[in-house]
Write a protein that binds this ligand. Structure first.
Ligand code: ADP
Length: 442
């Protein structure tokens, strides 16, 4: 199967060369296949909307290429671009973008007027779509007379009226209450599953990941990772899938990404929850809950490796997580890899007491563990600063991001002066250490 959209090394800089220059997209490469439900996920400002607008040919990239099937968007004539917008893609916006002076029916019918379709044909079609989404009775009202959820359904109907294969949705539930959010998400699911539309949705809400076949995780204008949703039958071919699973199964990188989006998650239970949800999608709610507790207990050292592994396998009725052998094995080895380094620290510290001296020892042990992977030894001055960062992070005086920034900052500016990737890796490992050395955090 060939991708419907292929994005290659796409970058976009706003206000290039000016003082307020912003790098919104950096080296994005992604392939999207027909009938896939894709989510671009990441915190506000990471470039999700910009990417959507570039795909919609509403915004020009600074460099890189986008192909629709085999057609290079950048090489299309103006007429071809207009045709692409009308026949291939439709957009749903967070703010609905309905025309306030037109009634609901006309708002839905309007894309057809651009294609010279007369009222006799376009109005019944628009009405049928409104009926489908349960808002047929409001066709003669103005958009402002409808609730937010109803307005968003109108805008979804408008997106469907030209029957394009691709629907782009920019935080479509961002302004909706939870009931309307669910309703709109159900509609997108139906459009994907029944109408076989390719859905590309951007969101910062982790609850919306479950609908997607695949998720592109974004940060600072980059795709930092792709994951697949095992709950949905994948449309991409098996070789590509295999590659993805291999590159995404590490728990440690899962924690890093989740924490980068949710730095406020400091409770060990929440972290365990995040890890488990990220890793496992084939479990039911009861199993997930059991697994989260087990992971937390294991991270906190409350249960042994053997008990942990046995409990993953045990049926729910016996207090286990009721997982199949393969999944249990995968979880077990990922968690143990994480724990290996913290165990080494614990061993060096010996009996843990909570006085200031022991705390200093914990800090220097954490420091030596963190620096074990640094390619060249750090100078004394850098080590001193690293210790201070560790102490601040343990005291909660800085968050994960502050910790990372201090490590990343040049020594001449008062930082530790590490390379960005090394600082990233240390910041990630530090978060895991924080769970284990919870007793020393304030
Ligand atoms: P997201 O959708 O993930 O919230 P955006 O794509 O809206 O992210 O923004 C990415 C970055 O580009 C942000 O730093 C934002 O401030 C900046 N940005 C977005 N639109 C513009 C614009 N029209 N002009 C200048 N900077 C912009």
């Amino acid at each position: 199967m060939d991708p419907i959209i292929k994005i290659e090394n796409l970058s976009l800089v706003y206000d290039l060369g000016k003082a307020n220059e912003t790098k919104a997209l950096a080296d994005i490469t992604a392939e999207i296949y027909p009938k896939e439900y894709i989510v671009f996920f990441g915190p506000s400002g990471c470039g999700k909307s910009t990417l959507l607008y570039v795909i919609a040919a509403m915004q020009a990239q600074t460099s890189g290429t986008i192909f629709m099937h085999d057609k290079n968007l950048g090489k299309m004539t103006e007429k071809e671009v207009t045709d692409y917008r009308q026949s291939s893609i439709s957009m749903v916006f967070q703010q609905y973008n309905l025309i306030p002076s037109l009634n609901v029916l006309d708002n839905v019918a309007i894309p057809q007027t651009f294609r010279d379709i007369g009222p006799q044909e376009r109005n019944p079609k628009a009405q049928a779509l409104l009926d489908r989404f349960g808002i047929g009775a409001f066709s003669t009202r103005l958009p402002t007379e409808l609730s937010g959820g109803q307005q968003q359904r109108v805008s979804v109907a408008r997106a469907l009226v030209n029957n394009t294969p691709i629907i782009l949705a920019d935080e479509p539930t961002g302004n909706l209450d939870s009931k309307s959010t669910q309703n709109v998400l159900d509609i997108f699911q139906e459009l994907n599953e029944k109408d076989e539309k390719t859905i590309i949705l951007v969101t910062h809400d982790p609850n919306q990941l479950q609908y997607a076949h695949r998720i592109f995780h974004m940060k600072d204008g980059r795709i930092i990772k792709q994951t697949i949703n095992n709950q949905r039958t994948q449309l991409i071919d098996s070789i590509a899938r295999e590659k993805l699973i291999k590159s995404t199964s590490a728990v440690s990188s899962a924690i890093a990404d989740i924490l980068s989006v949710y730095p406020e998650l400091t409770e060990s239970r929440l972290k365990a929850k995040a890890i488990v949800n990220y890793l496992i999608s084939e479990l039911d709610t009861q199993q997930l809950d059991r697994l989260e507790r087990l992971v937390e207990d294991r991270l906190l050292g409350k249960i042994s490796k053997d008990d942990f592994y046995a409990a993953l396998d045990d049926p729910i009725e016996k207090g286990g997580a009721g997982m199949n052998f393969q999944s249990a094995k995968k979880i077990d080895s990922s968690i143990e890899a994480l724990l290996a380094e913290t165990d080494a620290i614990q061993k060096n510290i010996g009996v843990i007491d909570k006085d200031g001296k022991a705390k200093q020892r914990v800090i220097s042990e954490i420091r030596s563990q963190l620096t074990a992977i640094v390619p060249s030894p750090l100078k004394d001055e850098q080590l001193g600063r690293l210790d201070a960062c560790i102490a601040q992070r343990m005291a909660g005086a800085i968050d994960r991001n502050g910790f990372f920034e201090n490590l990343d900052m040049a020594a001449s500016h008062g930082g530790v002066g590490l390379r960005r990737e090394v600082a990233e890796d240390m910041a990630r490992r530090m978060e895991i250490l924080l769970i284990r050395f919870k007793d020393y955090t304030e």
